[in-house]
Design a protein around this ligand. Sequence first.
Ligand SMILES: Nc1ncnc2c1ncn2[C@@H]1O[C@H](COP(=O)(O)OP(=O)(O)O)[C@@H](O)[C@H]1O
Ligand SMILES: [Mg+2]
Length: 277
Amino acid sequence: MQNIAKLAPAAETLPDTSVPIVEFRNASKSFGAMQVLQDVDLKIRPGEFVCLLGPSGCGKSTLLNLTAGLLQPSKGSAHYRGEKITGINVKTGYMTQNDHLLPWRTVRRNIAVPLELAGWSKADTRRRTDELLKKVGLEAFADSYPSQLSGGMRKRCALARILAYDPETLLLDEPFGALDAQLRLLLQIELRNIVRESGKSVLFVTHDVDEAVALADRCVVFSARPASVRHVINFDLPEDRDLKTLRYNPKYQEECARLWKLLTPELDRQAALGGKS
Ligand SMILES: Nc1ncnc2c1ncn2[C@@H]1O[C@H](COP(=O)(O)OP(=O)(O)O)[C@@H](O)[C@H]1O
Ligand SMILES: [Mg+2]
């Protein structure tokens, strides 16, 4: 029997004819007199891991809010699989900057929230939460309360909760920002494994250049507010990269340097504005 997988051309050599999973068409957003996003044109391909990078306050979280359907653009449009996003986008799982765990619920019952909302049976909820607790390494803390968890465990719990209903696209807003380096690496490895296994698309906001290069297939750099797309960078790193040893890989170091170089004029511009954006 022929091995079809072997005969098929590599994915990266195929023409990119797929409908973008997320697309912004000339999208602008203002809050009153303050313009936050300006003419953002961006296409995210299905299964892509894209990092969004830009100065603090430029509008990155706003872009995730538009993708989740919590906000609408003031001008232009936001689309999901070709359809205009007009209300809550249930295809996305959104981990906001604050983890929003419910303090009166145990870890297991926090993870179960989306399943309860979707009307899952008790038995199915139990099975699914068992699976998720294992996936994020929190089995031993299933009955603990958020206040009894470390910062890293809280993030794991929040991650498990958004994975609970298996959303097609993950929107992660600086999810690992406040963690120590080791824990951050562990969670980055877990996230990449989960994403690679499931083929999910990811929009990941970070202000950390090294993290962006380590995790992303592509990185979008925004200008200071009002944010517009300044650069889009494809990283030339293997899909099955080992995050534990990546920092010693010269190609990784090269990509980090390339990204830093692109950011420097932006920093200079901000400095010239006296840090006001
Ligand atoms: N719902 C809102 N109403 C009014 N202003 C907002 C709202 N959301 C964000 N902003 C403002 O828009 C700007 C960009 O915010 P945000 O998207 O959170 O930036 P970033 O995530 O890049 O730091 C900030 O000045 C913020 O205060
Ligand atoms: Mg933000």
